[in-house]
Design a protein around this ligand. Structure first.
Ligand SMILES: NC(=O)c1ccc[n+]([C@@H]2O[C@H](COP(=O)([O-])OP(=O)(O)OC[C@H]3O[C@@H](n4cnc5c(N)ncnc54)[C@H](O)[C@@H]3O)[C@@H](O)[C@H]2O)c1
Length: 275
């Protein structure tokens, strides 16, 4: 069911790689809710071509931009405002990548050039997007920017490696920039901390199935899927959340409040009995 929550609103959605991507689901729902937007991804990601199908489905144009390159972001904002016919009301930053995780490098032996790349792509890129947008005055008052985080920003998830540093930094940028953009232009900035979700980035983390199954067994509501994440993003883009900013909103079925669940207690009791 759609409620026209984004009617008359214009945006940019970063990070739809294929139909499993969280950004893909957000784009579909943003369209259903009456929003108009430009889709963006890195030049390499566009080679996968799936995004063009999403472009057709949502009647949106696609513009390549590497989120680490300021000049590409400037061109993207410039072109998007022209295409959409006015300043922006919402931005989804759904971007993450760690060469250390991809290459399965042990945490205690991180490659530091890769670490810089992880931080640049997965966290500092949000700062760059916000900084370019503020300089260009590209976002309307009460506009809303949403990024995607994971609870490994706060707690240890042993194989999440340097992505945990990126997420901690990302959530910190949400707060810091949320203040600066808020006082100057009344623009809101929030993160959604999402359950483990089967996507290209998610499945790249070693032991992903264990993350997924453990969180599912721990959470009273079970894992939150990517469609429910998209719903939260739409709410945060909409005027219904006008006074919410600088927050990390947990879309995780209750996982972040848990210590242990009966399901897991049972599993370990059974495990003890077998030994
Ligand atoms: N999947 C999960 O379990 C999960 C859980 C919590 C948070 N998240 C976060 O959600 C966000 C989206 O990831 P996803 O799970 O949908 O996976 P995904 O692989 O579909 O999306 C990641 C996107 O980042 C893009 N990207 C990487 N480098 C880029 C660059 N230099 N410039 C522009 N784009 C670039 C990729 O092309 C891709 O579209 C990420 O921030 C991820 O950390 C995912």
């Amino acid at each position: 069911m759609a409620y026209n929550l984004l009617k008359g609103k214009r945006g940019i959605i970063f990070g739809a790689l294929d139909e499993n991507s969280i950004a893909w689901k957000v784009a579909i729902k943003a369209k259903e809710e009456g929003g108009e937007f430009v889709l963006s991804n890195s030049p390499i990601a566009l080679r996968k071509k799936d995004i063009f199908e999403l472009g057709k489905k949502t009647n949106s144009q696609i513009i390549a931009a590497d989120v680490t390159e300021i000049s590409e972001l400037e061109d993207l904002f410039d072109e998007s405002i022209k295409i959409l016919g006015g300043k922006l009301d919402f931005i989804l930053h759904s971007v993450g990548m760690s060469p250390n995780v991809r290459k399965d490098i042990p945490y205690s032996e991180l490659n530091y050039d890769y670490l810089m790349k992880t931080l640049d792509v997965s966290a500092i890129s949000l700062h760059k997007i916000l900084s370019v947008a503020l300089k260009m005055d590209a976002i309307n008052e009460w506009g809303s920017v949403v990024t995607l985080s994971y609870i490994a920003s706060q707690r240890v998830f042993s194989s999440y490696s340097d992505m945990s540093h990126a997420k901690a930094m990302l959530e910190s940028i949400v707060k810091q920039f949320g203040y600066h953009y808020g006082v100057r232009k009344k623009v809101r900035i929030n993160a959604v901390s999402q359950s483990p979700t089967r996507t290209t980035a998610g499945a790249g983390v070693s032991g992903f199935n264990a993350f997924y199954n453990y969180a599912d067994a721990m959470s009273p509501l079970g894992n939150a899927d990517s469609n429910s994440c998209a719903n939260v993003c739409i709410f945060l883009f909409s005027d219904l959340s006008k006074q919410i900013t600088m927050q990390t909103v947990y879309n995780d079925g209750g996982f972040s409040s848990m210590g242990i669940s009966n399901k897991l207690i049972q599993q370990y009791i059974d495990g003890d009995c077998k030994e």
